[in-house]
Design a protein around this ligand. Structure first.
Ligand SMILES: [Ca+2]
Ligand SMILES: [Ca+2]
Length: 291
């Protein structure tokens, strides 16, 4: 990095005794007449160069400049800098992953739903089912019960991440962006979020699928081989989907049912006969046809 390239980027501020602020939003290449916006969750080296406002005895400008070697030497101790180069500065990641719905269906058993989705960045995704608005039951969390009110019976943060101990946590790690991720769910939260029950086979009820994504930005930053001397890991927190984003995903996923893998059970309640016919009264354990 040369001093003229530092100057050509055009990021400058005047120091008059108070802290000077420089806001840089791009890497600039004047010679190429191009600039590239800084990207979230990326590291950059920053080079600083300065001149003073010294004047000679007649009042003419006689500034003193930082040398090229000082501008390109690492800052070292942040409070007692040895140079103007600040290495490996993270640009903050302040946006949650975007969730792209791909497909959802019943799989494997009569109590398993699977959702397939993608994230636009690495992270973790949690999914959960709720009953649709048309459900008659008042036992389970219904789609309109999912709430941002911490006192609600289906408070969204507890609802979404579930409980490993209660078998209601369904998640997947997402190591790469834009790859297919599958999450399987086989239980549904009761209202109150203290118990989960198996999903029912398709002819008994339909379900809605909610998913929430969280990026791995703090662990990514903390695991980096090199960080700036001003890096403060304590201020980092992962970026997580908002409730409206979770609800939007649910709407995109639509209404889904588990598989039906069992034949119906037949119960004959009576058999009557006349000279011309035999009448059988029977019920099935599920909607179907008796022959
Ligand atoms: Ca992010
Ligand atoms: Ca069946």
């Amino acid at each position: 990095m040369t001093v003229d390239r530092i100057l050509s980027a055009g990021w400058a501020a005047t120091y008059d005794g108070d802290e000077a602020t420089l806001e840089m939003t791009a890497t600039v290449f004047r010679t190429l007449n191009r600039s590239f916006p800084t990207l979230q969750a990326q590291q950059y080296d920053i080079y600083c160069w300065a001149e003073d406002r010294a004047v000679d005895s007649r009042g003419y400008a006689r500034p003193n400049y930082m040398t090229h070697s000082y501008a390109t030497t690492g800052v070292g101790n942040g409070s007692v800098p040895s140079g103007g180069k600040i290495e490996a500065v993270w640009v903050t990641d302040s946006t949650p992953p975007s969730m792209l719905f791909v497909a959802a269906e019943g799989v494997k058993t009569e109590d398993t739903l699977q959702v397939v989705l993608q994230l636009n960045e690495p992270g973790t995704v949690w999914c959960q089912v709720a009953e649709p608005l048309t459900a008659a039951s008042s036992v389970y969390c219904r789609e309109d019960d999912i709430s941002s009110d911490p006192s609600a019976q289906c408070y969204w943060e507890t609802f979404m991440k579930g409980s490993v101990a209660l078998g209601t946590s369904f998640s997947a790690e997402v190591p790469l962006p834009f790859t297919y991720v599958r999450v399987e769910m086989n239980r549904i939260w009761q209202k109150g979020l203290t118990q989960g029950d198996p999903l029912l086979p398709d002819w008994e009820t339909e379900y809605k699928i909610f998913c929430l994504a969280e990026d791995d930005w703090p662990s990514q930053a903390q695991a980096s081989d090199l960080t700036s001397v001003y890096f403060n890991a304590s201020s980092l927190s992962p970026q997580r989907s908002t409730l409206p984003q979770v609800v939007a995903f649910k709407d995109a996923a639509g209404t889904r049912s588990t598989l039906d893998l069992s034949p119906p059970n037949l119960t004959v309640t009576s058999v009557g006969t006349t000279e011309q016919q035999i009448t059988v009264l029977a019920t099935l354990s599920e909607p179907g046809t008796v022959s």
